[in-house]
Design a protein around this ligand. Sequence first.
Ligand code: Z16
Length: 842
Amino acid sequence: VEASIPEPQREAWLKHQVGAFKDKDGFEREVVRHVETTLARSLFNCDESAAYAACALAFRDRLILEWNRTQQRQTFADSKRVYYLSLEFLMGRALDNAMLNVGQKDLAKAGLAELGFRIEDVIQQEHDAALGNGGLGRLAACFLDSLASLNLPAWGYGLRYRYGIFKQEIIDGYQVEVPDYWLDFNPWEFPRHDVTVDIQFYGSVRKSTDDSGKTVCNWEGGETVKAVAYDVPIPGYGTPTTNNLRLWSSKAASGEFDFQKFNSGDYESSVADQQRAETISAVLYPNDNLDRGKELRLKQQYFWVAASLYDIVRRFKKSKRPWKEFPEQVAIQLNDTHPTLAIVELQRILIDLEGLEWDEAWNIVVNTFGYTNHTVLPEALEKWSVPLIQHLLPRHLQIIYEINLYFLQSVETKFPGDRDLLRDVSIIEEAQPKMVRMAFLAIIGSHKVNGVAELHSDLIKTTIFKDFVKIFGPDKFTNVTNGITPRRWLHQANPRLSELIASKTGGHGFLTDLTELNRLENCIHDKKFRKEWAEIKYANKVRLAKHIKAATGVTVNPSALFDVQVKRIHEYKRQQMNIFGVIHRYLTLKAMAPEQRQKEMPRVSIFGGKAAPGYWMAKQIIHLINSVGAVVNNDKDIGDLLKVVFLEDYNVSKAEIIIPASDLSEHISTAGTEASGTSNMKFVLNGGLIIGTCDGANIEITREIGGQNIFLFGHLAEEVEDLRHAHVYEKQHSVDSGLKAVFEEIEKGTFGTPQDFAGMISAVRDHGDFYLVSDDFQSYIVTQNLVDQEYLNQEEWITKCIKSVARMGFFSSDRCINEYAEEIWNIEPLKVEANRPAGQTS
Ligand code: Z16
């Protein structure tokens, strides 16, 4: 339907168009207006949460004007767009980010002060948007920031979960999960009740013949659920681009059928239908690096993929271009295998609905998609059972079999008679029941496959996907090392450091070209600069110490070395090794004579992170950390020399407080298991050093900042297989005396009922020590002692920190997104004259 206003009336429109507020007065006017009209409150009834709401609405109005203009510009330019399909977007708070990106935080700060509020308090009223588990979801959020900041025409597509990742409470040392209902008041989304898509499930396939005698497949019957679009504006930093994140919400398709039910008195079942439909977008699955194969999860995946593709295809069809130009207009990136059904869905649309021939359609599909792999852990690789797909998506299963058939035929042509190869690369795993291997489908249906750090990208080529390198050649596989947005992770989280850097590098240019940080190399010997650097770190530690006190009641000394490990709790990330190390330190301190003890470097061991609700071992690790804290923190012999805290409910906004306050952070995964890691980059960018293994992006961080500036230890990825083999088959693993003493202390009951921690110990001692804790423990301890020594020399330490920050330019998500844009998507920025300066405010 043509909905534009006719020429003669446009003048009136243009005359009355409201612009964005331009100054402090304009901003205050908008805040007061929202308080008094939108919120129906007054100056006698305006608390911090109302001030937040009004301030957020004022900025939302601003963003949406930019958003409108951006969408018009992109439609008019009709150039290629990228669509980033991700089941997770771990956005955190939006207000601070929006103010900084549009360059109006100073203005808002002054305006709010005049109205009686402190901007920090207002910002803290906001609930995190936590639609993600960990690294993968936060990566998607950083990518959105970079896409907009680089003026790239891009949309994100995801699910509008009613419940994001659960809130974590620690009760008696145990994790308790509480639902995170975050939609009570969310000013950042725009419901688009006119943008809906009907999504079909179940039913059956009927073959028929069309007029030309061609066989066509009709997917019929089953049930229909409605997808409703909610749009979230994504402002670029200092750019005119405000991109769109479209999140789908499910609701019952109010068809005649429901109405009949209702009228015939079957009220209950019509309500039940409604609830069943709404269940699809109700909750984020809380697993990181684990596939549980639940039917509802598959429904989520298809619901989201089908709605997004319908939207993308609808937009393409408006351009009236021939189908073969689809890949010249559309790039779709698959964030992990979660959206792999998009490959099948596009093929279905093209052959069943648009009448293309198989080969022509398949060509389009393959040239459209790119697939990013984020893990080599076998338990995380998605597989769906054939009977489940048959039941839920019968036509898609047929297409999957056909894709597989043509693929296996091409393999047979290239490698005649290699039955083992055919079995190994088949999309269908011959198990009981048969399983669809989603990663294989994603590889076959994409033109590029990438890993997320160099080591990881090498590993996928030599291990889990090696046969596909043989079949497709090495050029299909590439590396794009992850990055982080310096806007949120430096400018927003650490404003004082950002200002100090700006004062030394010639302004805030480093926020859009992070390589400009290298100008700091000239300041390394600048006394005043070094002093300010140290003061900022100290102030950040004081801020965290206050938070620790408020959250846990534990008093920590800001002069102690802050040693931080915050990330999802997982055996492969080895928080257990960290806490065993803490116990080892405790025992060592206890064994010392008091006068010698006082020469030791005081430390605060800070942990944070969620365990998947069903991950028993991860929960045991949390319990041990808290139990150790309860003993150590109250031991008079120890005092400030060692404190152990577990910060509950680690999330994006807590990360913004914790990361700038770290002296040392731990990235100690078993070599070869952490695909990249991204918090490692955030910590170094904020002037902290790393203790880590040769894994993921740690390796490239080392290359960039120099081996003298990082504490590496432990076995290498290429040694892991042999070590594991030796543990299991040759019973060749010895628990060294240090680790043995730790186990004995736990078993003595020093930290509570030993039985509570028996699983953690036996995993190492009796069950093959899969994550190589015993192999790496000794070098971990030795390296931690080296850290103590080096921290004593504060001048040397600060030099290392400054040098490291100066060399972190590579790890901007802008660099990373530019690589995707050039190597995978073939898209270009939509250039426009910047209509306002980059945000130069703190
Ligand atoms: C996830 O967060 C990651 C991988 C995965 O298969 C599933 C989830 Cl939910 C993480 C990786 O573990 C991490 O190493 C990486 O930095 C991150 O994805 C982003 O690539």
